[in-house]
Design a binder for this molecule. Structure first.
Ligand SMILES: [Ca+2]
Ligand SMILES: [Ca+2]
Ligand SMILES: [Ca+2]
Length: 330
């Protein structure tokens, strides 16, 4: 018993001394929409599934690895977490998210946040959207957009239809020969969410030169990574996605980014958000007083993550890190 107490004490002491990692620990989900860089960023190989593709994204993004993941056309998303909850520090930005935007090439993605309210370590709880500048600027944002993508076959364009009665294609182009529909996902693939108004202009008038103007703030892959403020997000911006009612969140456990534009720019193709990393701007901020850490239900634990961000099997015995907690499982 003494020995056990010592182990518990030592482990708790170590965990309280540990500094939180500011960078992404692991990717939970990667569900891209079709697009010219899908199955290549990251690369799909025969036998890959949702879990192995998410693991590849972890390798691309965790610990500021700095590689780029493509989310495809509208709706495609990625979900990730850190080794601790991201605290909503009063009066300041909380998250910085990197993409590959440069001048004239803003491919805005909407950022969502969620708390692991049911304490199972999975991003299966209520999601909130971080409201960006297009909401304030009255650009005609649509909040109830739905889009379905259908794979028509090898080397064929991907069909889409939306809830406004429109239909079209994600067109193939000569630069990218692989299948554009995510190979590990079944067709049809449906997304729901917020649609930003188009931002692209064919400034040449003949289709040869497209400019994608950035929104003022509040979107991923919208402004260059060097614009730290422009790539930063405040958890205070959280709203309920449909009612747009503001929600006060003191911390978040999961972050999601999805492509917010449904736009085709001729020869440069569909607009797709890219993500190349994320950072908690104040990783060692303390949760405000009065916040209780989640106590896990003793019964079924679906999944948890080890220190490398790998999903571990349920019912493991011994010490398990889950979220920011050290748990002893018997
Ligand atoms: Ca904040
Ligand atoms: Ca959960
Ligand atoms: Ca981009």
């Amino acid at each position: 018993m003494k020995r056990l107490l010592f182990i518990v004490f030592a482990a708790l002491a170590l965990s309280s001394l540990a500094q939180n990692n500011p960078y992404i620990l692991a990717v939970d989900e990667y569900v891209p929409a079709p697009g010219q860089f899908i199955n290549t960023m990251p690369e799909y190989v025969e036998g890959d599934n949702a879990e192995s593709m998410a693991q590849k994204c972890t390798e691309y993004l965790a610990n500021d690895a700095g590689k780029t993941v493509c989310l495809g056309a509208w709706g495609g998303y990625i979900t990730f977490h850190f080794d601790h909850p991201v605290v909503n520090v009063e009066g300041t930005m909380d998250l910085y998210i990197k993409g590959n935007a440069h001048t004239g090439n803003a491919e805005a993605g909407i950022v969502m946040v969620s708390q692991d309210a049911n304490g199972n370590g999975l991003p299966d709880d209520t999601w909130y959207e971080l409201s960006g500048s297009a909401d304030e600027d009255d650009f005609g944002v649509r909040y109830d957009y739905e889009l379905e993508y259908t794979r028509l076959g090898d080397s064929l364009d991907v069909a889409w239809s939306n809830n406004l009665g429109n239909a079209g294609f994600i067109n193939r182009n000569p630069f990218h020969q692989q299948d554009y529909f995510p190979a590990w996902i079944e067709s049809p693939l449906t997304f729901k969410g917020t649609l930003l108004p188009n931002n692209a202009t064919d400034t040449s008038g003949n289709g040869s030169y497209w400019v994608l103007e950035p929104y003022r703030f509040g979107y991923a892959d919208n402004l260059p990574n060097t614009d730290t403020l422009g790539c930063s997000f405040n958890i205070d911006w959280a709203v309920e996605p449909l009612s747009r009612e503001a929600v006060k969140l003191k911390y978040v456990d999961f972050v999601r980014v999805y492509t917010a534009l449904h736009q085709d720019c001729g020869w440069i193709g569909e607009t797709s958000t890219e993500i190349s990393g994320a950072e908690d701007l104040h990783p060692n901020a303390e949760l405000p007083a009065g916040i209780e850490t989640i106590s896990l239900p003793r019964k079924e634990i679906h999944s948890s993550f080890d220190l490398l961000g790998r999903r571990t099997r349920p019912a493991q015995q011994g010490f398990v890190i889950q979220g920011n907690e050290l748990i002893l499982r018997r």
